[in-house]
Design a protein around this ligand. Structure first.
Ligand SMILES: [Zn+2]
Length: 260
């Protein structure tokens, strides 16, 4: 299966309104095509109904030049951003890359991810828009969440979209690397949504669905006296148990074959 077709299937699955992950033009997906190139959803289209024409191929390093820009004049900044987005396109097309392309590019530059999915899941946002958003990263509730989402996730406070958000996320990912020795698979954006870093479209879907299920359960625990997080020892054990590693190995096999 072609990378773009697999990405399109992922977009349709994430945009399925019955999953409550994204509606209308919410969210976006991208896939790394090469070391410095990615294919990303165009601005303004719906994930549920997008076609291959709604994918724009862009150069990652052209987009990330925006992060070095220091001007604070918003109008100049907007003009410059528009021209860089235009210049990043690898083929001439009337479509414009999603406004969040700068964030996808930053994450590809900072990590080994090959597929990135951004959604606004209802349960994740119910917590992420609450006074208790911190609970999303306070602990792990059940083993399968650890298998898919890792033992820790990253929470980014609300930040202006575009270049400011990309800068804050880049710094957050760097801190995460420094403390965990690995990149996060799940990044919660408070008052906004969810970014999932994966190595295949099927893994991106699984992690996104698990993050929303985890948030649904967390909300449920708040109605039943509060969360009873697993102890750090239990989390560590699940993170390193042979059978869990076997399951991760199986997921890795699934991701390789889905790209075959
Ligand atoms: Zn968004």
């Amino acid at each position: 299966m072609d990378d773009r077709e697999a990405l399109l299937t992922l977009a349709h699955q994430l945009g399925d309104s019955s999953k409550a992950l994204a509606i209308s033009a919410e969210g976006n997906v991208s896939a790394r095509l090469g070391e410095d190139t990615m294919s990303i959803k165009a601005s303004g289209c719906s994930m549920a109904s997008m076609t291959v024409q709604d994918l724009v191929d862009v150069r990652i390093s052209t987009l990330t030049t925006l992060l070095a820009r220091t001007t604070t004049d918003e109008e100049t900044q907007d003009d410059h951003t528009r021209s860089i987005y235009e210049a990043s396109k690898m083929k001439s097309t009337a479509r414009t890359p999603s406004v969040e392309a700068i964030l996808h590019a930053t994450l590809y530059e900072a990590t080994e991810a090959t597929v990135i999915a951004h959604t606004h899941p209802t349960a994740v946002n119910a917590l992420g828009c609450s006074q208790q958003s911190q609970l999303l990263v306070e602990g792990m509730l059940f083993p399968d969440a650890i298998v898919l989402m890792g033992s820790r996730q990253l929470l980014i406070p609300y930040t202006d979209p575009g270049i400011p958000l990309a800068r804050v996320v880049r710094a957050g990912v760097q801190e995460f690397f420094d403390s965990e020795g690995t990149a996060p698979r799940v990044i919660y954006l408070a008052n906004h949504g969810l970014f999932v870093l994966a190595t295949s479209p099927s893994e991106a879907l699984q992690i996104t669905e698990m993050a929303n299920k985890n948030a649904t359960i967390l909300l449920g625990t708040l109605a039943a006296g509060g969360p009873n997080f697993l102890s750090p020892d239990h989390v560590r054990r699940i993170d390193s148990r042979p059978d869990e590693l076997y399951r991760r190995g199986k997921l890795a096999t699934a991701r390789r074959s889905s790209y075959g």
